[in-house]
Design a protein around this ligand. Structure first.
Ligand code: CP
Length: 339
């Protein structure tokens, strides 16, 4: 029987996510550690893109519960995959992802997939075809390890971190602060973080320069989540004003979707925006000057956030990264465990 999937947190209801977060907090506290709960179970992860936290934390999570995890990198010691349907495979790719997913589903009890957007247009990239092929063909449950649209495990860790830091997040200000970066980065993390804060009923403020709006369908999902949970969502291009009274500042860069796939246009679009960077003066505007700084990592120091903020009292980025491990332990126990 096919196990449950974690492709997007917004496909899970509030009670299920709440239970996952409660269990993650228990595991982090060392209560009910269940060291053999996943004995004999195998997680097989496919990384089409690099990773430190996702890869290491899933391997450690399986180890902590007596299971095993393998990580495969297509094109690096593993065949390069074709993903298009119906294509005559007379190019470089030696194997179709459909076949690879079917085979890996016979070896693993659960598969993970990381596949950033790579299609030439956002219209194509936003369909998340690689993730969908694996989810459709594997015959076992699949975890999204970050796709074009969602990074659910990051969103779960974000939610746990917000709860730890604020106790009662409802009604408090969460600022998703766009930051300058030399490259166009995916929108999965900012969308997933905004979904997490919205589910907590926070006042979500998305501060971004004009031209850097998130995907309209993802915005509707964030707004619907906020609406169901007593939160609110607004968008501004005034970062200084947004920071006033913020309890959480979530720094993140992302690419302009209307310039997607056009590096020259993207560079023009972000020219003159290097001042969109979180520094000590901006953090001083937050609630009591003591707002928390979050980021999913990896992060370019002094480009996205200054050393002074990252190494100062505001930053919770290492706790946030640690929480990846605990939420994923809870998720794996939910998807693969007996209890
Ligand atoms: N935050 C995150 O997903 O980190 P990695 O890219 O290192 O996995």
């Amino acid at each position: 029987m096919m196990s449950r999937q974690m492709l997007a947190t917004d496909e899970w209801d509030d009670a299920a996510i709440g239970a996952l977060l409660d269990r993650a907090a228990q595991l982090k506290a060392g209560r009910d550690p269940q060291p053999r709960a996943l004995e004999g179970r195998v997680l097989a992860n496919l990384f089409f893109n690099p990773s430190l936290r996702t890869r290491a934390s899933f391997e450690v999570a399986m180890l902590r519960h007596g299971g095993a995890c393998i990580a495969l990198e297509p094109g690096k010691g593993v065949w390069g995959f074709e993903t298009r349907p119906g294509v005559v495979m007379d190019g470089d790719a030696a194997e179709h992802l459909v076949d690879a997913a079917r085979v890996l589903g016979r070896y693993g009890d659960l598969l993970g997939v990381r596949a950033f957007p790579s299609a030439p247009t956002w219209e194509e990239a936003r369909r998340d075809e690689v993730l969908k092929i694996v989810a459709r063909e594997a015959g076992v449950g699949v975890i999204n390890l970050e796709s074009a649209r969602r990074h659910p495990c990051q969103g779960l860790a974000d939610a746990l971190t917000i709860r730890e830091q604020l106790g009662t997040p409802r009604g408090k200000r969460f600022v998703l602060a766009w930051c300058w970066h030399p490259r166009a980065l995916p929108t999965a993390v900012p969308v997933s973080a905004a979904l997490a804060a919205s589910r907590e009923g926070m006042e979500v403020v998305i501060a971004r320069p004009r031209g850097f709006d998130l995907d309209p369908e993802d915005m509707r999902a964030i707004e619907a989540m906020a609406g169901r949970n007593g939160g609110s969502v607004s968008t501004t291009d005034d970062l200084n004003a947004a920071m006033e009274g913020a309890e959480i500042v979530y720094a993140k860069s992302w690419g302009s979707l209307r310039r997607y796939g056009d590096a020259e246009s993207e560079a023009r679009g972000r020219a003159g925006l290097r001042h969109w960077r979180i520094d000590e003066d901006l953090m001083a505007r937050t609630a009591g000057g003591q707002g928390r700084l979050m980021h999913c990592l990896p992060l370019r120091r002094n480009v996205i956030v200054t050393d002074g903020v990252l190494d100062g009292p505001w930053s919770v980025v290492t706790d946030q990264a640690e929480n990846r491990l605990h939420v994923q332990r809870a998720l794996l126990l939910d998807l693969l465990g007996d209890a």
